[in-house]
Design a binder for this molecule. Sequence first.
Ligand SMILES: [Zn+2]
Ligand SMILES: [Zn+2]
Length: 435
Amino acid sequence: MSHSINDFIESIEDSLITLRRELHECPELGFTEYVTTYKIGRELEKLGFDLSIGKESMISQSRLGKPSEDVLVANENRAREMNVPNDWLEKMKNGNTGLVAQLDTGIPGKHIAMRFDIDALPIFESKEDEHFPYQEGFYSKREGVMHACGHDGHAAIGIGVAHFLHRYKENLSGRFTLLFQPAEEGGRGAKPMVEKGWLDSVDYFLSGHIGIHSLPVGEIAATTTKFLASTKYNVVYKGKSAHAGLEPNEGRNALLAAAAASLHLNGITRHADGATRVNVGKLEAGTGRNIIADFAKMEIETRGETTALSDYMREEALRILKATPILYDVKEEIDIVGFAPSAECDSEWVDIVQKACHSSERIKNVLPVLPLGASEDVTFMIDHVQQKGGSATYLVFASPLPAGHHHPCFDFDEKVIPTAVEALGRILLKLTKKL
Ligand SMILES: [Zn+2]
Ligand SMILES: [Zn+2]
């Protein structure tokens, strides 16, 4: 069978790379992945999966950081112009993007779930000649939005796994649930899917990421450590405007309050128990040179190596964000718009993945573990599966990286797509192969 798996992966490789490039050209931000969801869904329908689209795939009210009504309507109109049919748009209306695809072999066995995230980032993609997507012409055609984390590749891997399940269905037992998750960036999309109950009876849960470490294609890691728990905040300070020359004393300066809060946040005392992070990534304030600024907006995040460290950072940050306005006599509005806990992969996966992949030609080396060192809201899923008695892991599919994640020049070697599909396919065969 090893030989035939190799041939099968080769036979779908080109179509997966084509799909990746189509998605790369049309990147969509969290909860606006209307075109992406439709494209993926069409493929899955052809492969005989049962689909739960948009609203059916999550608890809508649990979404954190939902975009504004205007943004959602504009994106729905954009999707309509790109020929997403009305019945699909109806199911996804109001930012209910993403979908869940299920396949039941009809033979009693394990329930395996897998998660693939599909969203992009607000980044202007590089148009330098060395940037491969630009060279090849499949760079983002949506100015200011970019697949700079590899989630276009993740979606393509998910479709590859669906092809694999379709092809090897007769050899497998149990049932399979594929979650195509919106809004991973900012830690927003996993929780509403978990709350829908998709992972309540899962024996095995698999997820993963392309890249992370710049290593050759063919290296994979069976498990991941160092998921940073994280909280995301949108903060508004409201003051009072006044003429900066005539009566500055009548003003209440929201700009200064936000600037002071930013500095104080970066001064949170580091914790003895491990790594923490804080970042004020965006600050907008004021209306003009001669006016005391009556508003300021900040986008902030804090992280911690463990959930406890993340809680510490959040409490400190909230204290500073609430105390600083008192100094300047301005009012604050603090919204928590994203959150992810930390998580740990089950160690049994090292053995499972190494045994599953040992006869593969594409997978040259299975590392037991690699550190992530970032946040990932998949931790909600890993945690939930484990609490319900299942086993979960997060693999790393290595690729050389010309630039880091979230960089305008980010890209990966497309050969990682068939490699990841083969790894996941072999693991599924190992876990559920009929005797
Ligand atoms: Zn990312
Ligand atoms: Zn990512």
